[in-house]
Ligand binder design. Structure first.
Ligand SMILES: *Cc1c(COP(=O)(O)O)cnc(C)c1O
Length: 473
């Protein structure tokens, strides 16, 4: 090692080439022929560089983030502190007797989530909503295999999130899509027309991706159950119903929750998540192993799960996300219900204010989110939903989700969450009204947006076809 330190003091800078070349297992043609050109910068330079980059980024700490379906609520900073407390960083293979605190936290979180979902058993392992869907579908598959029923198909409404059919397919099912009715809900007749002994399950989101509560959910679950099929609940929209109702009451058998959405972990950009899966009693024995258990004295990892589909994630899932969720639930307590109340109130306020300016395809009370469209602006002013989204970036707002759900043309899907106050909502309303006016008076300005962002309009086609992946120093 001494030679490396000596060389690093070399006037020519860090020169490890000769040292590296001594490693004789590397083939000759892979060895470096010249020194690595490492930038020579001070810590202060590097810090300023990254701070400047971070300032260009848009985040919930900076402004309104009404990204429909994603529940970009405020993530209390105390959660970050708690999840990084000393003691929570133990090696995940530490034996149970020496990790009682972490196991107790997971056990308590399991119970809290069972209470809010109404379900009977739960796994904390899956690391995202989509991962939870796959886990749930594998549970359903194994269940029918075990009881000796050959059911090969899963029903998915046409308003579903794309991960739903993808997950069912990955678990080995074929997909049967059914149309929504003119109220944006599952069409009961369409459902009945595809039912037969092949159907294993239906995957539903309630409230659905239009932000509309499926008012026939009890009838749907009765129909499915009398066909011997199961119901899967995509809980991405759980923020709308906490404490008011739960998937068990609606008749669902398998549920995933996106802890990173509803229970406050910073997400987006592919960060770690948690897509816990809860089930009714008869599916308990199919959960991934281990689940966290308590025998009255000790918390322990229980691997004794009769028909377990096996482990779906190393160790106990994304533990840091579990800590944040537990902290959030404890802090909120009964106020979880108020979070849902305010999320729904905020969405309805925005919807009522914006419907005079944008088309509203389903004009009825919404839950925590709603979908308007840019169809009017497109047909009258030649300005698309994408342009409207870009124009919002000039007004210190993250654009809403666009072009989803797929059944709504030029969709703009808005979810304000409970975190925002009336001033923020009013500013957003004014921004949307301003853009609607600009579409009429100066459409070219909206077509050219954004005007004020660090990166202006990007050539998306070119970027996709000819990506430049080189770093040039
Ligand atoms: C976000 C979302 C998912 C997928 O969840 P991830 O955690 O992103 O994998 C599934 N369904 C709906 C309705 C969603 O909004």
């Amino acid at each position: 090692m001494k030679t490396i330190f000596e060389k690093s003091n070399d006037a020519e800078g860090i020169n490890l080439v000769n040292e590296v070349n001594k490693i004789d297992f590397l083939p000759e043609n892979l060895l470096r022929s010249e020194n690595v050109k490492l930038p020579q910068l001070s810590e202060l330079d590097v810090m300023r560089h990254y701070k400047e980059l971070s300032d260009k980024n848009f985040c919930i700490e900076k402004g309104f983030y009404p990204l429909g379906s994603c529940t970009m609520k405020y993530n209390p900073k105390v959660n970050e502190f708690l999840s990084s407390l000393e003691g929570f960083d133990i090696h995940p293979n530490t034996e149970d007797s020496k990790s009682q605190g972490s196991l107790k936290l997971m056990y308590n979180l399991q119970n809290a989530l069972l209470e809010v979902t109404g379900m009977d058993a739960i796994t904390l392992q899956p690391s995202a909503g989509a991962h939870g869907e796959l886990t749930g579908m594998m549970i359903i598959k194994k269940y029918f295999d075990t009881i000796g029923e050959k059911r090969t198909k899963v029903i998915v409404p046409d308003s579903a999130h794309g991960t739903n059919p993808a997950s069912a397919k990955m678990a080995g099912f074929d997909i049967v899509e059914i149309k929504s009715n003119d109220k944006g809900q599952v069409d009961i007749e369409a459902l009945k027309s595809v039912l037969n002994a092949d159907i294993a399950a239906i995957m539903m989101t309630n409230p659905n991706t239009l932000g509309i509560f499926e008012e026939n959910i009890k009838e749907i679950s009765d129909i499915m159950h009398s066909n011997g099929s199961l119901l899967y609940y995509d809980g991405a929209n759980f923020n709308a119903i906490m404490g008011y109702t739960n998937p068990k009451l609606m008749g669902f058998d398998v549920v995933h929750l996106n802890l990173h959405k509803t229970f406050s972990t910073p997400h987006g950009g592919g960060g770690p998540g948690a897509g816990v899966v809860a089930v009714v009693e008869k599916l308990r024995d199919y959960l991934p192993s281990p689940i966290i258990d308590y025998d009255g004295k000790m918390y322990f990892r229980n691997y004794d799960i009769k028909h377990s589909i096996g482990s779906v994630k190393d160790f106990s899932g994304n533990f840091g996300v579990l800590v944040r969720a537990y902290a959030y639930i404890l802090m909120m307590g009964k106020n979880l219900k108020h979070a849902s109340e305010n999320a729904v109130l905020n969405a309805n306020y925005l919807k009522e204010k914006l419907k005079k300016y944008y088309n509203l395809p389903y004009d009825e009370p919404c839950m925590h989110e709603f979908v308007i469209t840019g169809e009017k602006q497109k047909s009258e002013n030649g300005v698309s939903t994408l342009n409207i989204a870009k124009a919002l970036m000039d007004k210190d707002t993250h654009p809403p989700t666009v072009y989803f759900p797929l059944i709504v043309h030029e969709a703009i899907m808005i979810e304000p969450t409970e975190s925002e106050n009336k001033q923020v909502l009013d500013d957003f309303i004014n921004a949307m009204i301003e853009i609607a006016n600009e579409c009429r008076n100066n459409p070219q300005y909206v077509l050219d947006a954004p005007h004020n962002t660090p990166v202006l309009k990007i050539d998306e086609v070119n970027a996709a076809r000819h990506p430049d992946l080189n770093f040039k120093g």
